[in-house]
Design a protein around this ligand. Structure first.
Ligand code: ZN
Ligand code: ZN
Length: 362
């Protein structure tokens, strides 16, 4: 398997040069994992030129060296990561201007920089590493594809077991068990099972509500493989679907089919969003599709790029994004269908395969 960490660190070093920064302090764990491979939950990373210094605590003494020892100098601290940071910085006397991740650093820690780190000039940076993460390496796409297969396999296990009378939480538990059995390391986010009128809440939490016959059942969930997430939604009916359930499902499915086939790298995020939005508008449900069409997917379940009405930036080649149109009617319910798509040089490739037909479950 190709190791891309050296290239990523070099790309970051170039970006720091261009921004006239001598170094960057990273506190975002997904960014640290992307650059070094370290998957623990406590770390600071200082990148200065081609050198990376990872500071973590004693719980990770073995793991940090195993995961990151070949690309970063690993410093194990017993009391505070910040002590380690001051030591690392002090050992690099040529450093003067150091960036920090302004969307990732707690205010309390920013105060530390001002009070204990007053020998350095601190500059806020935004999305340096997040920008690098948008274009996926082939191995990253492969991990998302694996996570996608785990998700659809688990859904295939779940569907024959669905019955009226189960609660949303029971269904979430059955699905999460199937995800674990399929090999998922964790859950990309808390599984959403929303039934009946609750399916109108685009970001519902699973509840103790019992699912009834004839109702919509929306399930939005994801697996994790090698740290990478998948994100899949299907909406079912338990029993026979009514006229409106069929109609709305057909509209959402048509929007997904169209957007997943026509989305391209190089297209602005807002134009990708419009592929689905215009379709839904033409079919008369435009005012019921109120969220954005999709988001980037990777080490985090929501990352750059965005597919929304406001997204001016072009979608980078190599990105993996979700396509997730939805139509919601308060008091009635909602339908969302979501797949994950890789934006390759030769066009879009869907990474999650599960029927988009409306399944009426006995
Ligand atoms: Zn989702
Ligand atoms: Zn999503």
């Amino acid at each position: 398997v190709a190791d891309h960490r050296g290239r990523r660190l070099a790309a970051l070093a170039d970006a720091l040069d261009a921004a006239h920064l001598d170094a960057l302090l990273l506190s975002s764990l997904p960014n640290i994992r992307y650059l070094t491979g370290f998957s623990g939950t406590s770390a600071l990373l200082l990148v200065a030129g081609r050198e990376a210094h990872l500071v973590t605590d004693t719980r990770y003494a073995v793991q940090a060296v195993e995961e990151s020892g070949d690309v970063a100098r690993v410093d194990i601290q017993t009391q505070s990561l910040w002590l380690g940071l001051w030591q690392q910085l002090g050992a690099l006397p040529q450093l003067r201007v150091v960036g920090f991740e302004s969307m990732q650093l707690l205010h309390r820690d920013f105060q530390r920089l001002l009070e204990q780190g007053d020998r350095w000039q601190w500059r806020p940076t935004v999305e340096f590493v997040e920008g690098l993460r948008e274009r996926k390496d082939p191995e990253e796409v492969e991990a998302i594809r694996r996570a996608g297969r785990m998700a659809t396999d688990a859904l295939g296990e779940l569907v024959p077991q669905l019955r009226p009378g189960l609660t949303e939480l029971q269904i979430a538990g059955m699905l999460e068990r199937a995800l674990r059995e399929a090999g998922s390391e964790g859950f990309a986010f808390p599984t959403i099972v929303a039934s009946g009128p609750r399916a109108a809440l685009p970001h519902a939490r699973s509840s103790a509500r019992e699912v009834r016959a004839g109702e919509l059942l929306l399930i939005d969930f994801g697996a994790q493989a090698g740290g990478y997430c998948s994100d899949v939604t299907r909406t079912f009916v338990l029993g026979k679907a009514g006229e409106r359930e069929r109609e709305v499902h057909d509209v959402v499915r048509g929007a997904l089919d169209r957007a997943a086939a026509e989305v391209r790298a190089g297209m602005r995020g807002r134009d990708a969003d419009a592929l689905a939005r215009h379709y839904i508008e033409r079919r008369g449900w435009g005012d019921r599709f109120q969220h954005s069409l999709g988001h980037g997917l990777g080490l985090e379940v929501h990352e750059a790029p965005r597919l929304s009405r406001q997204a001016e930036a072009p979608l980078p080649e190599g990105a993996v994004v979700t396509i997730e149109p939805g139509v919601y009617e308060p008091g009635w319910g909602g339908v969302r269908i979501e797949d994950d798509v890789h934006l390759g040089a030769d066009g879009p490739e869907v990474l999650t395969h599960f029927t988009r037909e409306l399944l009426e479950l006995a």
